[in-house]
Design a protein around this ligand. Structure first.
Ligand SMILES: [Ca+2]
Ligand SMILES: [Ca+2]
Ligand SMILES: [Zn+2]
Length: 246
């Protein structure tokens, strides 16, 4: 029998590959390297003579329950930090059914046992070049075994917002901010009809912004005229200097 990375982590790696096809895999890893073999690690298989796994389980399959994923995802607008936060959001939503045991990235560790609270990590490797994902141990082929998790990880394509959703969200945020400003009287605005209305406030801010933009345009036009006038005067002065004195 040979060691194998547990299915959940194989799927996690597949999800990274599918979502970030140009990602760097230089710091990827599953089975323990020389550094891991001398101390207990999820990268070392369990049920293997001479191996030092982090956890045991009740089966005899040689399970590797740790996966390193290179931090360079090579995708505009995405970094490993964001991917980790997406996975954490999924794990928090799954509650006790979360398949992961902990995640280490960029000097931080988030654990199942802490409810995925962010804690400092001061191991000798700060985990800035890769993220470490470890899986909880289990036995059997059923879905109750965390090693068999086959659900989403939180960063797949389908989880992104559409432009329409983003616009709706931005609108909601705009209204919420306007309402906060009104209720705190940060902007002591009252609409034409005497009502404190967030839509009216936003419209008024829009008009003011437009007014400022127009004033700037006028100022820029004036500056351009002054520049032209200065150039003309300079030209005239140089012509006068060269003129013969009677
Ligand atoms: Ca095992
Ligand atoms: Ca197992
Ligand atoms: Zn690792």
């Amino acid at each position: 029998m040979a060691w194998k990375t547990v299915p959940a982590l194989v799927r996690l790696r597949d999800a990274f590959n599918a979502r970030f096809p140009n990602r760097d895999k230089g710091s990827d890893g599953t089975i323990g390297d020389v550094a891991h073999q001398g101390s207990p690690s999820g990268h070392n298989p369990d049920d293997t003579a001479g191996s030092m796994p982090e956890d045991g389980d009740s089966d005899t399959s040689q399970d590797v329950r740790a996966l390193d994923v290179d931090a360079h995802l090579n995708e505009t607008g995405w970094g490993m930090w964001q991917a980790v936060q997406s996975v954490l959001a999924r794990m928090r939503a799954l509650g006790p059914a979360a398949p992961l045991k902990y995640i280490i990235f960029n000097r931080r560790i988030w654990t199942y046992d802490s409810g995925w609270a962010e804690q400092p990590y001061d191991g000798s490797d700060p985990h800035t070049g890769h993220a470490h994902f470890s899986c909880r141990p289990g036995a059997g082929g059923g879905s109750g075994n965390p090693e068999n998790y086959s659900g989403p990880w939180g960063f797949e394509d389908g989880d992104e917002m559409t432009d329409d959703q983003i616009e709706k969200l931005a609108d909601k945020i705009g209204t919420a901010v306007a309402n906060k400003l009104l209720s705190a009287d940060v902007i002591p605005y009252t609409g034409a009809d005497g009502n404190k209305d967030s839509w009216q406030l936003r419209t008024a801010i829009g008009y003011q912004t437009e007014g400022v933009r127009r004033e700037r345009e006028l100022a820029e036009a004036q500056i351009a005229r002054l520049d032209a006038l200065t150039a003309a005067v300079t030209e005239l002065v140089s012509v006068l200097k060269q003129a013969p004195v009677e």
